[in-house]
Design a binder for this molecule. Structure first.
Ligand code: IPM
Ligand code: SF4
Length: 469
């Protein structure tokens, strides 16, 4: 009998090519996702060294960060820097024989939404991408994490990655989520609890009945933001929901290969008695809808709360940094969260740009109107999400309410395209980062769930979604 192993241990063991005495390992990579921001130098490196992409069929390129989301995107990209990056990816993909989904392909979208949709992401695989939110794919029981550009080159050339094994952390979320509280609130609460460095050195496995009860989309939201808690990756054991998600996806295994894959996936969940270096427990039933108030994803509070007073913090450096955050955010301690007025709403991103997120937002705004002081946009995470939403008539609901209905991409999650906040503008955003300048120079970001963002768009300020009528 081998010792009981975690899900992480199992995927790791199955991909280990070599291990040195000091713990440095060579890991086989099953899937490599590529986007336009972190790949140009990597391809250039290959060119200079006269190397090929070792496994083009295990590499998928898609453009997302720099694409315009306006309906006239076919007219091209005005910003030169953005245009050059996008053109470089098109050229590189063609030169190296890598499949590429360009901005006019209906399968195009944010890389972390496209991978699973295509069945390129699969349980039990190792997945990398030059992007920190690669952790999203952990929702499917894949060991997935972001890598830097030099590592992108290494993976393109060798289909392997040099790594040291991380420690195992278990985050168990038990109980049942109350109505109006979502996967986004779970992960914001976890980061609030452990802090942005709490996961450093760990791979976090999320378990417990509240995680099992989440849809695949919800699980993706949780794993997406694992990186904001400092962890290397997030993982959720595959189950019947996971298998159902992948059945008949374009790149999923078919026929006998499918049956064999499912048999293998069933062996992946952590063994009874497997060792975790750290365990954190959370009660889902006691979670409120959460709003971030500062410039770090750990700066979170219940929607029923008030802006905290940094003077209550003992640690001086932390106290100073939280005062700075409040200053940046233009907020005063003691202000009820529901008194905070907003100018913009952004519903989208790889955190919350999926069909379930759009359905949740549409349910809130149906028959209502966006507040006269608010400019609100909905950006589907992929062309397929957009198509599905339109088939369900969600676009009609949004447009009737006064939302802007856009083309897929990263959009206002980060200021790398035309969608951005103006200085001082305050935004209720379903994305994952509220750093200074993240959504535009001097822009102010509050992280919330899609339903909370939608309600804020209508009310013009934050509201407790549990009281929404
Ligand atoms: C541009 C890219 C490298 C970056 C990341 O790594 O995450 C972006 O996606 C982000 O969300 O900040
Ligand atoms: S949507 Fe945002 S977080 Fe996700 S990959 Fe794009 S920029 Fe990064």
């Amino acid at each position: 009998m081998t010792a009981p192993r975690t899900l992480y241990d199992k995927i790791w063991d199955d991909h280990l090519v070599d291990q040195q005495e000091d713990g440095t390992c060579l890991l086989y990579i099953d899937r490599h996702l590529v986007h336009e921001v972190t790949s140009p130098q990597a391809f250039e490196g290959l060119r200079t060294a006269h190397r090929k992409v070792r496994a083009p069929e295990k590499t998928l390129a898609v453009v997302d960060h720099n694409v315009p989301t306006s309906p006239d995107r076919a007219l091209g990209i005005k910003n030169e820097e953005s245009r050059i990056q996008v053109e470089a990816l098109a050229t590189n993909a063609a030169d190296f024989g890598v499949e590429y989904l360009n901005e006019n392909d209906k399968r195009q979208g944010i890389v972390h939404i496209v991978g699973p949709e295509q069945g390129f992401t699969l349980p039990g695989t190792t997945i990398v991408c030059g992007d920190s939110h690669t952790s999203t794919h952990g929702a499917f029981g894949a060991l997935a994490h972001g890598i830097g550009t030099s590592e992108v080159e290494h993976v393109l050339a060798t289909q392997t990655l040099i790594q040291k094994k991380a420690k195992n952390m278990l985050v168990e979320v038990n109980g049942e989520l109350p109505e109006g509280v979502t996967a986004k609130d779970i992960i914001l609460a976890i980061i609030g609890e452990i802090g942005t460095a709490g996961g450093t050195g760990y791979v976090i496995e999320f378990a417990g009945e509240a995680i099992r009860a989440l849809s695949m989309e919800g699980r993706m939201t949780v794993c997406n933001m694992t990186i904001e808690g400092g962890a290397r990756a997030g993982l959720i054991a595959p189950d019947e929901k996971t298998y159902a998600y992948f059945k008949d996806r374009p790149r999923s295994p078919k026929g006998k290969a499918w049956d064999m894959a499912v048999e293998y996936w069933k062996t992946l969940p952590s063994d009874e008695g497997a060792h975790y270096d750290k365990i954190v427990r959370l009660d889902a039933a006691s979670l409120p809808p959460i709003v971030s108030w500062g410039s770090s994803p750990e700066d979170v509070i219940a929607v029923t709360g008030v802006v905290p007073n940094p003077d209550d913090i003992k640690d001086e450096a932390k106290r100073t940094s939280k005062w700075r955050a409040l200053d940046y955010m233009g907020l005063k301690p003691g202000t009820p969260i529901t008194d905070i007025k907003i100018d913009r709403v952004f519903i989208g991103s790889c955190t919350n740009g999926r069909i379930e997120d759009l359905r949740a937002a549409a349910k809130v705004v149906e028959g209502k109107t966006v507040n006269a002081n608010v400019d609100a946009m909905i950006v589907p995470g992929s062309g397929l999400v957009k198509e599905q939403a339109e088939a369900e008539g969600l676009d009609v609901i949004f447009k009737a309410a006064g939302f802007d209905w856009r083309e897929p991409g990263c959009s206002m999650c980060l200021a790398m395209n035309d969608d951005r906040l103006k200085p001082g503008e305050r935004c209720a955003s379903t994305s994952n980062r509220n750093f200074e300048g993240r959504q535009g120079f001097k822009g102010r970001t509050h992280l919330v769930s899609p339903a909370m963002a939608a309600a804020a768009a209508v009310a013009g300020h934050f509201v407790d979604i549990r009281e929404w009528k």
